[in-house]
Design a protein around this ligand. Structure first.
Ligand SMILES: NC(=O)C1=CN([C@@H]2O[C@H](COP(=O)(O)OP(=O)(O)OC[C@H]3O[C@@H](n4cnc5c(N)ncnc54)[C@H](O)[C@@H]3O)[C@@H](O)[C@H]2O)C=CC1
Ligand SMILES: CC(C)CC(=O)C(=O)O
Ligand SMILES: [Mg+2]
Length: 344
């Protein structure tokens, strides 16, 4: 049956990397016989400019009716002091679709090992499960002249479901280790988080649970990244720790993600933003988007063969020394994409 994929190209480098991702999708689909249609929708800054809001109703309706959603990136400094911001659309679509579990795997490509500023990245292989629809990003925000307030809320149910997601993820991995990251020495939400993590662990005797405070976790990601298998944490901590973790891989430009919810619908996007500093120059690294397409084939459509084709082609492209500027190379977005296409 034909699958419907909604595409949200967004802002900045978004359209450039979406084009790359869709080219790779088309080539793989032809090889494996995957039948799909694309529906492109306005989202983010481009939607504000055209329709006055970052998540127009028709975009949300299309997303809800899709079999999967591909999102590139949103955001631009021109909205920094605007009332309506592209980021509001991003948070709104995650909430509206109930996408509470954001999966951010880290893979270190052998060819990129020397490019990481971290000395020892041998045998690093972990995934961060970031809670995506709760916490301080969704709490009340008040800003006055000389006072500001952001509320960090979590319910027990919200914590329990993301912990379960993390334990289920760990169960399928060889090391079966969950590191739950919090700040329970200070935060009430973290005290509840840790209590629930301990409770959920009782249902998974085959999985080991460790706790780590977020500040020392940030340090360990650099000094001992081999320690981690599955990291699970709240929205804000997961956002920060995964950008930090990307430095192990050499660049933000190689980290994809998937976001899952209750109904089976999932959204796939790079972990990075719209990179306004390089937008329009044709030099963005398209790998994060291309690997997000691979995650979509595997996780939404159970097309392991398609996902593996893409991942192997990316690996081979790196091995052959084709690198974009963020990795110290000279390849443009188009050259990198063509190199990957040639190795499918
Ligand atoms: N999911 C999304 O759409 C996200 C949107 N944002 C938004 O993006 C905008 C820019 O945020 P920044 O803090 O600049 O973060 P950013 O992630 O867009 O960029 C950080 C740095 O990484 C580089 N970079 C990122 N992706 C790259 C790629 N594929 N290839 C090569 N270099 C790449 C950029 O050039 C920049 O120097 C903001 O409006 C922010 O809110 C930020 C994160 C996620
Ligand atoms: C608006 C932000 C929460 C976007 C972001 O940084 C992310 O999702 O990684
Ligand atoms: Mg982020």
């Amino acid at each position: 049956m034909t699958k419907k994929i909604v595409t949200l190209s967004g802002d900045g480098i978004g359209p450039e990397i979406m084009e790359a991702g869709l080219e790779v999708l088309a080539a793989v689909a032809e090889k494996i016989g995957f039948d799909y249609v694309l529906e492109a929708k306005d989202f983010g800054g481009v939607a504000i400019d055209k329709q006055g809001l970052p998540l127009p109703a028709e975009t949300l309706v299309a997303a809800k009716n899709a079999d999967a959603i591909l999102l590139a990136a949103i955001g631009h400094p021109k909205y920094n002091s605007a009332k309506v911001r592209p980021e509001q659309g991003l948070l709104a679509i995650r909430k509206a679709l109930g996408l509470y579990a954001n999966v951010r795997p880290l893979k270190i490509y052998s060819e990129l090992k020397g490019l990481s500023p971290i000395r020892n990245v041998e045998n690093v292989d972990f995934v961060v499960i970031r809670e995506l629809t709760g916490g301080v990003y969704f709490g009340e925000h008040t800003l006055e002249e000389d006072k500001a307030r952001d509320v960090n809320d979590y319910t027990a149910d919200e914590i329990r479901r993301i912990l379960r997601f993390a334990f289920e993820t760990a169960r399928k991995r060889p090391r079966k280790l969950v590191t739950s990251v919090d700040k329970q020495n200070v935060l009430a939400t973290s005290k509840l988080w840790r209590k629930i993590a301990d409770e959920v662990a009782l249902d998974y005797p085959d999985v080991t649970l460790e706790h780590q405070l977020v500040d020392s976790c940030a340090m360990l990601l650099i000094t001992n990244p081999q320690k981690f298998d599955v990291i699970v944490t709240e929205n804000l901590f997961g956002d920060i720790l995964t950008d930090e973790a990307s430095s192990l891989a050499g660049t933000l430009g190689v980290m994809p993600s998937s976001s899952h919810g209750v109904g089976g619908l999932a959204l796939y996007e790079p972990i990075h933003g719209s990179a306004p500093d390089i937008a329009g120059q044709g030099i963005a690294n398209p790998v994060s988007m291309i690997l997000s397409v691979a995650m979509m084939l595997r996780e939404s459509f159970e097309l392991e063969n398609g996902a593996t084709l893409i991942e192997n082609a990316v690996e081979k492209t790196f091995t052959d020394g084709v690198l974009t500027q963020d990795l110290g190379g000279r390849a443009t977005t188009k050259e990198m994409t063509d190199a990957i296409l040639a190795r499918l």
